[in-house]
Design a protein around this ligand. Structure first.
Ligand code: LMR
Length: 335
């Protein structure tokens, strides 16, 4: 009996030692982002993690940290470059200090459709951007681009339908200089704030308004602390999916291939998911407005759109030393 007890105790201890040892073997790939899981980026990060974790079971594990749990997007780029996290997907605006040419995607009313954005990303301009990441030796590898959608304006001051409505209105903007210029061009003021601070800033009146996509607005309840919202589709919001270069370079070739293949598959699915969520969550905001009576929704008429386009056009030429003019001209010729 004593012998049996001894054997079982030894076996139990072995199991205790072996199991954590095998579990500890999986190399963690920490993926940080700032938005909710029920958004295009949140969905894609989880889908990517699930697929990698199934394909590389036991040896690599993608762990996703949503909702700014680890870093806001500006910090995320520095943290990733320093190797504190392995992956992130900040919006183009957040690269103002590292790859400022990405502000191309922040240009107001430049892209007539998401299809044009894809043609740019998948074409020569996309290749030139990929090269910029290599040439700048940031310790960051650009893996792919993910979509969110076009942005909408909201405010607590008055409906935003024509240029004069923007006068003196203080907007939260992402960290892009192009977005700051966009707000000035309209007569408003842009205040750069991290995404995690937007709800409180709106609620407490630090800013009067904001611009973001339907999914970011809906999932973070910005519409519940705003009185007016205009579906303006005035600018694109999308992401550069990045990985720490050293971490990447040290991965075995077959692991790199698996990750690249999965990212390609997820990117294709994400493009569709982004369109679906934009429609779905835009509709949910409209339903909230109708039911609560606390939010008034506006859609720009073609004339109102033209007036705002004209007001914002000078921004396209203002950043010629940062965003190549030939890119802007090429995109305009694609319209
Ligand atoms: C923002 O700061 O508004 C966005 O960049 C958030 C995001 O990642 O979509």
């Amino acid at each position: 009996m004593k012998r049996l007890l001894l054997i079982s105790t030894v076996l139990f201890c072995c199991v205790l030692l072996i199991v954590p040892a095998t579990m500890a073997k999986a190399v963690k790939i920490r993926f940080t982002h700032v938005v909710s899981e029920n958004t295009p980026k949140g969905w894609a990060a989880n889908e990517f993690a699930a697929r990698v974790n199934a394909a590389l079971k036991g040896s690599y594990e993608v762990v996703v940290f949503p909702n700014s749990q680890l870093y806001d997007d500006n910090q995320a780029i520095e943290a990733l470059s320093a190797g504190f996290v392995e992956m992130a997907a900040p919006s183009s605006a957040k690269f103002v200090g590292s790859v400022p040419a990405l502000q191309l995607f922040d240009m107001p009313f430049l892209f007539p459709s998401i299809k044009t954005v894809h043609a740019v990303i998948d074409g020569e301009i996309g290749d030139e951007i990929r090269n910029m990441f290599v040439e700048r030796k940031l310790g960051i590898k650009l893996m792919t681009f993910w979509d969110n959608a076009f942005k909408q304006f909201s405010s607590n001051v008055r409906p935003l339908l024509k240029r004069a409505d923007f006068k003196g209105v203080k907007f939260r903007i992402m960290s892009s200089d192009v977005l700051e210029a966009q707000m000035s061009a309209l007569g408003g003021v842009g205040l750069k704030l991290p995404f995690a601070e937007v709800y409180n800033a709106l609620e407490q009146g630090v800013v009067d308004g904001q611009e973001n996509t339907a999914s970011n607005i809906y999932t973070k309840k910005f519409h519940e602390v705003q009185k007016y919202m205009t579906f303006s589709n005035h600018g694109y919001l999308g992401y550069a999916v990045i990985i720490n270069q050293k971490f990447w370079d040290e991965l075995p070739a077959e692991v790199q291939n698996t990750i690249t293949k999965i990212l390609t598959e997820v990117t294709a699915l994400e493009r569709q998911k982004a369109i679906e969520l934009d429609q779905e969550q835009g509709q949910l905001i409209r339903e909230y407005a109708e039911k609560s009576g606390k939010l008034k929704i506006f859609d720009l008429t073609p004339e109102q759109t033209t007036e705002l386009q004209e007001a914002m056009k000078p921004v396209h030429d203002k950043f010629a030393n940062v965003v190549p003019t030939k890119w802007i001209e090429k995109i305009k010729a694609m319209e």
